[in-house]
Design a protein around this ligand. Sequence first.
Ligand SMILES: NC(=O)c1ccc[n+]([C@@H]2O[C@H](COP(=O)([O-])OP(=O)(O)OC[C@H]3O[C@@H](n4cnc5c(N)ncnc54)[C@H](OP(=O)(O)O)[C@@H]3O)[C@@H](O)[C@H]2O)c1
Length: 332
Amino acid sequence: MNSPFKAYLIDQDADKKVGGRLTTLDRDRLDAGEVLIRVHYSSINYKDALAATGAGKIIRRFPCVGGIDLSGEVVESADARFAPGDKVIATSFDIGVAHHGGYAEYARVPAGWVVPLPAGLDLFEAMALGTAGFTAALGVVRMEDNGLAPDNGPVIVTGATGGVGGLAIDMLARLGYHVVALTGKAAEADYLKGLGAAEIKLRSEIDFDKVRPLEASQWAGAVDNVGGQILHWVLATMKQAGTVASIGNAADFKINTTVFPFILRGVSLLGIDSGYMGFPMRQRVWDRLAGDLKPRHLAEVTRTIGFDELPGAFDAYIRGEVKGRTVVRIGA
Ligand SMILES: NC(=O)c1ccc[n+]([C@@H]2O[C@H](COP(=O)([O-])OP(=O)(O)OC[C@H]3O[C@@H](n4cnc5c(N)ncnc54)[C@H](OP(=O)(O)O)[C@@H]3O)[C@@H](O)[C@H]2O)c1
């Protein structure tokens, strides 16, 4: 373990241009933490692509090993909750943004960021889910806590072909919801139906410039991954007492909307932040992911790449061309 190990390090040059490269690191270079993990798998999220390419200001400490997700086996632990050989997941907090992350054969992280791998998931599946799956599940759990149930009516998922979108569709369909997938990709209708979407709605069918403060009410729940005009339209089309989980900004981080859905239809807009969601909710969500929320089509939505393929994999995310999830085989 003391010999140098492989890592994908993101750095900034003198002109503040951000980029990443495969290199080697010594154990001494790892950040502080109670738990040393031999990483088996990581994954790619939209945020990882923003971080690695510099397309978004994600990295808060340079240089930083990328990868906001990791799963693996404990090698050393100074915390009584973990012992060598334990299988664990570590996502969120500062991982891969201000603390060396999952794109390395070893990671050292604070024990408070580590989740024991729940029975019902293996280390590969944990990364097929990754932050995308955790966030989709957190959205579902928060909406249920707010009263959403299958009998309330349909649930719409925006950014449907993305990692979060596809997993949310699968989870909601498994729970018995009537799921409507909103997508820009007509060619992916069969893929989305295969995940459990009962209906497909194309973005091109909607004139987002002409959305009134309240439109015909359609959705009991909504998982929104895109923000902007689409979130305004989602809010305007919610049913009475409907619940929206605001997860992403793939289209736009701004919303220009009105208070009418809130004060005339009692709509709830729930903010979903996977990054700093603490325990016990974090454990509760992973336990559900290993149980009744475990997507039925996890294998179909996931492709696996080798560590050496990682540097070439990010641009497609920035161009919005990726479908489903990508697992990165690190040391498995
Ligand atoms: N809140 C949190 O804790 C958290 C956690 C994870 C991710 N996120 C955010 O959630 C969003 C989705 O993440 P992801 O990993 O699923 O990303 P992803 O795999 O890149 O998917 C994003 C999807 O959004 C749609 N889209 C992309 N550009 C768009 C545009 N300009 N206008 C409308 N739709 C567009 C596309 O789906 P269609 O073509 O099918 O519409 C795309 O596949 C991102 O904004 C990400 O940063 C937030």
